[in-house]
Unconditional design. Sequence first.
Length: 258
Amino acid sequence: MRETFLASLSALGLLASMLLFLEIGRRLGARWLARHPEGGPAGFGVLESAVFGLMGLVVAFTFSGAASRLDTRRQLIVQEANAIATAWRRIDMLPETAQPALRESFRRYVDERLAVYRKLPDVEAAVVELHRATALQGDIWAQAVAALRTEDGQHAIMLLLPPLNEMFNIATTRTMATRMHPPTIIFIMLAILPLTGSLLAGYSTATGKRRSWTHMLGFAVIMAGTVFVILELEFPRLGFVGFDSMDHALVEVRDSLK
């Protein structure tokens, strides 16, 4: 998948860049110590602590937000499945002559809703399926209203219309939830701060005679891995996280529409 590859490539690029900045920082520190054997510049420790503190704050903020949005999207899947199941059962209240066509529209609608997310990460194909599902909403609503206007269907107005509204509203909410992400500047900071931290960390290691590749590689791998996980949580449909297990709730509802 192209998007998964890009996320992996971004993490690997950050890893390589952090190792490069660690080495640059070490060399800059070595030059400083060669000219000033008495030690590093005044206030360097305060600057280093401030940068690492800010980096930790940004990582915690983005990680927590991504996990929260992931949980919300999972809950919306269950809510949509429940709304569809409820509306389906309420069709029994309509005149029998109006039920077959409306039930068939329901089946097609659920198929399209499942197709929207199965097409990902092909965004263009998913948008086409989304438009089809939206068009089916209009058909379902028109058929339901026409049936409710009949003498035999008027008693079901308050029973059928509310779950239909909820079913359509949750579909819109799910679509908007997939588009809600932190501002781009947050992701830029998520890249800049680890690089700045790597530069300062490398500068601090200049006091040692030898490079500690274990510490340098460990620091870079942990940070790059954390950024990768954040991207996976933020864009679950486009990565390894996936929603197959949660989508099963909607699949089960579709199987029950008989």
